[in-house]
Design a protein around this ligand. Structure first.
Ligand code: ADP
Ligand code: MG
Length: 375
């Protein structure tokens, strides 16, 4: 039984009538700042997740509590609460999803829910998408709606926009829904088609949380997105995904997006071919491009990438939006513990920051859970 179940059941006053759901966090192996330019990404769902249990309510209210964060969220199921104004602040994600589902013609029914998440908060493994998707599953279940994954992901993405004002892409929500154990997922962010790609058994996926809080991330994210959209408009293409590389050769931001799309496809090919050397060099090229062309790295992230490689990763890169958060490396399975401990020790000595390194495994995407034993 999941150790979180007791805490959840306790807060809901017993196990009777509860419906359970889970949604995982994710790490993106390659393809950052491409999703909102209609491009390609290759994330995997990870073995850290948000679990939620919910029971229907008849009064049209959606009430949610978190085991980890205090406060009770209480919003109208009809979406009439402005998500950006909800308190406690984490409830904005709940209110955003409620409103977005309503706008998509799927007005939620009331429910009383408690969630608990093992996805680290604010470090780039997408605890927000895990929360949105878990709540969205509970809401659509309570209202008796089936919702195809791509539409549910879009609704959760819109919910995040309403909650935060940040025009983020759809990758996080989609992989939270479509992850597959042992696989990364190649996503075309224009069509939302998703293809699972087998991960090699011999390589571990090591995440290093830099301990650096993402500060400038939100405003810089919106700026980067607008920059790229301006270039696409000037070139007369629907999105940067459609720009040929030679046309954007002298425009670093656009060049990153176009070249990164290419790297994602090559990385998927290298996974299929078992070409580890190619995987490593693509990871490093992606990091260099995010650092030099897209300018979303920091000295600390560069340091963590360098140390991972120095200590035995075949390649590494920052993952997620940048400006702090996590880096990811591929490491020969037998070496994971040594690479992790040496990287963390050297990182602390050279940056003064406490990093945390942990292996993640690719898991299945979100869905209902059978009630925990004893419930
Ligand atoms: P990331 O998605 O990279 O973890 P974000 O800043 O996008 O970082 O999302 C983090 C936010 O998600 C938190 O500040 C909080 O509002 C919400 N959140 C995540 N996990 C929980 C949780 N267990 N309980 C309540 N809120 C959570
Ligand atoms: Mg997030």
């Amino acid at each position: 039984m999941d150790p979180r179940a007791d805490a959840i059941i306790d807060r809901l006053g017993g196990a009777t009538g509860l419906h359970w759901f889970r949604a995982p966090g994710r790490v993106n192996l390659i393809g950052d700042h491409t999703d909102y330019h209609d491009g390609f990404v290759l994330p995997m769902a990870v073995d850290r997740d948000c679990v939620v249990a919910a029971r229907p309510r008849v009064d049209g209210r959606v009430t949610v509590r978190s085991v980890e964060v205090s406060g009770e969220v209480d919003v109208a199921a009809d979406g009439s609460d402005d998500p950006a104004a909800v308190e406690p602040a984490w409830g904005r994600y709940v209110a955003g999803v409620v409103r977005a589902l309503g706008s998509a013609g799927r007005t939620p029914a009331g429910l009383d829910a408690v969630l608990s998440s093992t996805v680290p908060v604010g470090s780039g493994l997408s605890s927000s998408a895990a929360l949105e998707v878990a709540i969205a599953l509970a809401l659509t279940d309570a209202a008796g709606f089936a919702f195809p994954p791509a539409e549910l992901a879009r609704a959760c993405q819109r919910g995040e926009h309403l909650a935060t004002g940040v025009p983020s892409g759809v990758m996080d929500q989609l992989v939270a829904l479509l992850g597959r154990a042992g696989h990364a997922v190649l996503i075309d962010c224009r069509t939302l088609s998703a293809e699972p790609i087998t991960l090699p058994d011999a390589l571990a996926v090591l995440v290093v949380d830099s301990g650096l809080t993402r500060t400038l991330a939100d405003s810089a994210y919106a700026e980067r997105r607008a920059d790229g959209e301006r270039v696409a408009a000037r070139l007369g293409v629907p999105a940067l995904r459609d720009a040929p590389l030679d046309v954007v050769r002298n425009e670093p931001r656009a060049r990153h997006v176009v070249a990164e799309n290419q790297r994602v496809l090559e990385f998927a090919d290298a996974l299929r071919a078992g070409d580890d050397a190619r995987l490593g060099s693509l990871l490093l090229a992606s990091h260099a491009s995010l650092r030099d062309d897209y300018e979303v790295s920091t000295p600390q992230l560069d340091l963590a990438v360098g140390l991972l490689v120095e200590h035995g990763a075949i390649g590494a890169r920052l993952t997620g939006a940048g400006f702090g958060g996590c880096v990811v490396g591929l490491v020969p399975g037998d070496d994971v513990a040594a690479v992790a401990s040496r990287t963390v020790a050297d990182y602390r000595a050279q940056s003064g920051l406490d990093a945390e390194a942990f292996e993640v495994r690719a898991v299945d995407g979100a869905g209902p859970l059978t009630a925990p034993v004893g419930a």
